[in-house]
Design a protein around this ligand. Structure first.
Ligand code: GTP
Ligand code: MG
Length: 203
């Protein structure tokens, strides 16, 4: 998919404040610092569309970006940020659950996981809750430029094994890097394929 335009629309503290549900929408979710904002910038070819930071917890609101005047890309706040209070963590869950349950225009969520680390409970819990709610999602491995091919393959195989302990089938998986742009075409292609389905259903 060719990205003709990409711009920031708004940041919302609650799902009620999000833009009208008049376009298909795709969200990025994952642990703080996993590389959500960086990957959004990589797929849209914009260095500063979404704010990135070496400090976890940079994105704390639901951020909507409009792409090609056709669909929304959503940068969600990261979870698992160690310095966050219990109260803030609970607020994050309410914010995200409300968003996921009510956002009918949400076509797919990309759950980002760091390819360098072992499967984490918080990520697996999130994947379980998506599965239980029957919400469509894709697992996206990030930061793969930091690993040699054989280590990457080993880590991904271990992740798949862990998922298969709970699920009969593996979800869709995309392997990416915001640095060398691995997987960005595939991710955009996947989004593009999901858009006509929405229009067929809704228009
Ligand atoms: P929060 O907004 O805090 O939830 O973080 P985030 O998930 O949006 O992460 P962000 O994109 O801000 O990236 C966090 C750090 O990881 C930054 O220092 C990025 O430069 C770095 N980073 C992100 N993606 C990649 C990648 O693909 N490769 C490498 N080498 N570094 C990356
Ligand atoms: Mg971010």
């Amino acid at each position: 998919m060719l990205i003709k335009t990409a711009s920031f629309v708004k940041s919302s503290a609650k799902y009620e404040q999000c833009p009208e549900m008049n376009m298909p929408e795709f969200a990025f979710i994952g642990r703080s610092n996993v590389g959500k904002s960086s990957l959004i910038n990589a797929i849209t070819n914009h260095k500063k569309l979404a704010k990135t930071s070496g400090t976890p917890g940079k994105t704390q609101l639901i951020n909507h970006f409009i792409i090609n005047e056709e669909w929304y890309l959503v940068d969600l706040p990261g979870y698992g940020f160690a310095k966050i209070s219990k109260k803030m963590r609970a607020e994050w869950k309410v914010m995200i659950d409300n968003y996921l349950y009510n956002r009918e225009s949400l076509m797919n969520t990309f759950i980002l996981v760091d390819s360098r680390i072992k499967p984490q409970k918080l990520d697996l819990d999130l994947i379980t809750s998506y599965g239980e709610k029957n919400l469509p999602f894709t697992i996206v491995f990030t930061k793969t430029d930091k690993l040699k091919d054989n280590i990457l393959a080993k880590n991904i195989a271990e992740y798949k094994r862990t998922l298969l302990e709970q699920w009969e089938e593996l979800p869709h998986i995309i392997i990416t890097s915001a640095i060398d742009k691995r997987g960005t075409e595939e991710l955009l292609g996947y989004i593009e394929e999901s858009i006509p389905i929405f229009f067929k259903d809704e228009h």
